[in-house]
Design a protein around this ligand. Structure first.
Ligand code: AMP
Length: 401
């Protein structure tokens, strides 16, 4: 089965075309600046050079048309659109409606439209992508793979906030968690690497990129995660503040004479390690500045690492132990210094990083010392592959019905 995976952001579309027989990547690409000046598509058939083309694209439908043109070009990877057997869409928020990926129907689209209030920036472009595919490739089965779904196994003790219960009932205010596809992938791959059934494992998975979250995964099920009602809660991130005393919001608004919406935007876009350092949200810039003696860059990195350790400790307590800690994401896969900082001084918890093994980037490897009771692992993220696998399974199953 050939599966097209689409990840539609507000002004971008990431895509991959995969042959599921052997899980090979046929082609991949990225559409950027949709609806803006300078829209551009970058397409790469596996083993061929990248093709970059600037072309006006007014909306996601236009964008997907150009994805199809790129795939059908002589070095594109596809002979005919009829060869696409299924489409897998990454969808950010499914609220409490879906705890698994699902075949997209009109009912599913209506349910996702009801979740727009919960993810006003993310769900609309995801739905635009679904609508565009329906028009451009009618009849091709589509599957929705949700960021929130994997965390639907959390218990109310983990997901409820201590605010009047009526707000959960009236507005669905609770912890949902995000990066679910990535946390699930880490759990499955870690179990395979360790050659232990995932049902026998306690794992702490750390997705550390521009957005960052940690999850506690017991017996293959998410029991807790650091992101909350929105992806703003939890760890300190590139530009997001993470956990915060809520009274700070009204105080900043009052003192600065700005609206609550403007404060929220500052907490999302101008905070995190960028806010603390005043330099950059990119860990490469911060580490370079630290080496030149910049104290605030060093402080930002230390605060980030401390918060990851804080959640690791909390989740060890929550699960009464941990067998392995897994790292992924731009920072988790590339930042040797940050992994070392996070794992420092946790020997008494059985967490011992091997500095020699840690000197590696973006590989599926074990990074802990041979005598470390808790394994430390790195598993490069491959969310597109998870989306393609789920799409393949669901479409195959639906054909049997
Ligand atoms: P992601 O959102 O997963 O793509 O991660 C992006 C972030 O990863 C960047 O903003 C950097 O902070 C970080 N990153 C990427 N490469 C490196 C590297 N070689 N060293 C340190 N941090 C890195």
């Amino acid at each position: 089965m050939i599966v097209l995976v689409l990840n539609c952001g507000s002004s971008s579309i990431k895509y991959q075309l995969l042959e599921m027989k052997d899980e090979t990547l046929i082609a991949k690409g990225l559409v950027e600046r949709i609806g803006m000046e300078g829209s551009v598509i970058t397409h790469e058939k596996t083993g061929h050079i990248k093709i970059v083309k600037e072309v006006p694209m007014k909306d996601h439908k236009d964008g997907i048309k150009h994805v199809m043109d790129a795939l059908l070009a002589p070095d594109g990877g596809l002979k005919s659109l009829k060869d696409i057997d299924a489409i897998g869409h990454r969808v950010v928020h499914a609220g409490e409606k879906y705890s698994n990926s699902i075949l997209i129907s009109d009912t599913v689209v209506a349910a996702l439209e009801e979740c727009i209030d919960l993810a006003p920036l993310h769900n609309p472009p995801n739905l635009d992508g679904i609508q565009a595919c329906k028009e451009l490739m009618p009849g091709v089965p589509m599957v929705g793979v949700f960021d929130t779904a994997f965390h639907q196994t959390m218990r109310p003790e983990s997901y409820l906030y201590a605010i009047p219960y009526k707000y959960y009932e009236k507005y669905g205010i609770r912890k949902y968690g995000f990066h679910g596809t990535s946390h699930k992938y880490m759990a499955i791959e870690a179990a395979e690497m360790l050659n232990i059934d995932v049902n026998d494992l306690k794992l702490i998975t750390c997705h550390l990129g521009n957005g960052a979250s940690v999850s506690a995964i017991k017996h293959g099920r998410s029991v807790d995660t650091s992101m909350g009602f929105t992806p703003l809660e939890g760890l300190v991130m590139g530009t997001r503040c993470g956990d915060l005393d809520p009274s700070i919001v009204s105080l900043i608004g009052e003192k600065e004479g700005i609206t609550e919406g403007e404060v929220t935007s500052i907490l999302n876009k101008e905070s995190g390690v960028l806010g603390i350092s005043g330099i950059s949200s990119d860990f490469r810039d911060l580490e370079a500045a630290m080496k030149e003696g910049n104290r605030r860059a060093e402080l930002a990195l230390n605060i980030f690492a401390r918060k990851v350790r804080f959640y690791i400790g909390a989740y060890i307590a929550e699960m009464n132990g941990v067998d392995a800690i897994v790292f992924t994401g731009g920072i988790g896969e590339n930042d040797t210094y940050m992994r070392e900082l996070i794992c420092k001084n946790m020997g008494n918890l059985g967490i011992k990083l091997d500095p020699y093994k840690n000197n590696v980037r973006s590989k599926m490897v074990i990074l802990s010392t041979d005598d470390s009771p808790v394994k430390i692992m790195m598993i490069p993220s491959n969310e597109e592959l998870v989306i393609a696998r789920e799409t393949n399974e669901i479409v195959k199953h639906s054909r049997l019905l």
